[in-house]
Design a protein. Structure first.
Length: 418
């Protein structure tokens, strides 16, 4: 089978996803993605006309992020009109899925050069802006499958696993400390590219979300984020009225073993930050890379997705990772570095427990709790972070995995070129 080589990966800084307050809130999401594409082309010196497709993950595809943002970003970047673009939505796994599709195209022999990545401007196009709700308003589906907001699912996982508020806060404080160390040591510098305004002035050159100095004590002062929602009638999440039924009671009816009550232990401090960001990864065939003197940094070894029960929703990083590992005859212990997206602290903690991972190999430079989670871009960001850190530590293999809405997970395994 032909190999899919990662030539390079770049990402924007992650700006606070607050309207008129985040540094990137004044940048149209097409321009955010377009600048990332231009930086990737400039660094690799690739002929943009040779790019066969640009695959972009984006979750909230409406308004400024609607209308096929991939194609519009290609045009905004000034790339040749012959370069196509396609936008996909696998919720939080969208950026990783974009890289996966690019690798599949190359490994199948159907494509030679593909750009994959993602973008999300959460300050300009907030979550749920598409109006689809949890299930697209399909009453027939709702009779078979009930979904709840992810924060409730995360608290349910913590309850079932017995994760205490203190454990989650300790994990979050460590994420902040690792991110602060990574920033201080310049570990993100190779992938990070500045974003400018229309006059060419840099509006953001560093990640804006981290809070250095965060402690378990300071995190303990935050209120649970989803307790009020859990105590609300199910109508609060768009479900039909059921006499006396709250969201928590609905969850406990499906998971009685979590009783007598759901422990609401996730807060704004131990869950992922809302941010703006974009990322792009150049994937090439061995033949194209050699013919054009492109030096590869890593190869894609395997990719996999897996589904899980939709109400609990966030547990599939484990089966997705296991499926990818099985394709290679590998075990979890064979992976040098892991990136497990920190959508909520319970997710990496559960994945670490399930797969018996060494915590010192997981999210070594912090994660989305500290750095933020630009939904459609994060998967591509994590792959670039893995490549950088494998090189810095002179290690070989890395696995990036993300939980996904609706009860899915995705995993990609890469190998660094020595």
């Amino acid at each position: 089978m032909p190999e899919a080589w990662i030539i390079d990966a770049v990402r924007s800084p992650r700006g606070r996803g607050r309207k008129d307050k985040g540094a990137l809130s004044g940048i149209h999401p097409q321009e955010l993605m377009a600048q990332t594409l231009r930086h990737l082309a400039a660094r690799t010196k690739v002929d943009c006309a040779d790019v066969e497709d640009v695959v972009v993950g984006c979750v909230s595809q409406t308004g400024e992020q609607g209308g096929n943002i991939a194609r519009n970003s290609v045009l905004a970047a000034g790339w040749p009109e012959g370069v196509t673009g396609v936008t996909l939505n696998r919720f939080c796994g969208s950026g990783a899925q974009a890289v996966s599709f690019a690798a599949m195209g190359v490994m199948s022999g159907q494509q030679e050069l593909v750009v994959a990545g993602g973008v999300e401007s959460m300050s300009r196009v907030p979550m749920m802006s598409d109006g689809a709700g949890l299930d697209g308003g399909n009453a027939a589906l709702r009779e078979r499958v009930v979904q709840v907001p992810q924060g409730i699912s995360a608290d349910l996982i913590a309850t079932l696993e017995g994760f205490s508020r203190e454990e989650l806060d300790r994990y979050a404080a460590e994420s902040q400390a690792r991110a602060a160390r990574a920033v201080a040591e310049g570990r993100f510098d190779r992938s990070l590219v500045p974003i400018t305004d229309r006059s060419g002035e840099v509006v953001l050159g560093r990640d804006e979300h981290p809070r250095p100095g965060t402690t378990v004590a300071s995190l303990a002062e935050l209120d649970p984020a989803f307790a009020r929602l859990g105590a609300s009638p199910v109508t609060a999440i768009g479900l039909p009225e059921a006499a006396g039924t709250t969201v928590d009671q609905l969850v406990l009816a499906r998971y009685p073993q979590a009783g007598p009550a759901v422990s609401h232990v996730h807060t704004a401090g131990n869950a992922s930050g809302i941010v703006d960001g974009a990322a792009a990864v150049l994937v090439a065939s061995e033949h194209y890379a050699r013919d054009h003197q492109l030096v590869p940094r890593a190869r894609v070894l395997a990719t996999a997705t897996a589904g899980s029960e939709p109400m609990i929703m966030l547990t599939a990083p484990t089966p997705a990772s296991e499926r990818a590992l099985r394709k290679l005859g590998m075990a979890a212990g064979d992976i040098d570095l892991w990136e497990v997206n920190e959508a909520f602290a319970a997710v990496p903690l559960q994945t670490i427990r399930n797969l018996r991972l060494d915590p010192e190999r997981v999210n070594v430079n912090g994660g989305a709790i500290a750095l933020g989670h630009p939904l459609g871009a994060t998967g591509a960001v994590l792959i670039g972070t893995l490549v950088d850190e494998l090189e810095r530590r002179d290690l070989s293999t890395g696995l990036a995995t993300l939980c996904i809405g609706g009860g899915m997970g995705i995993a990609i395994i890469i190998e660094r070129f020595a």
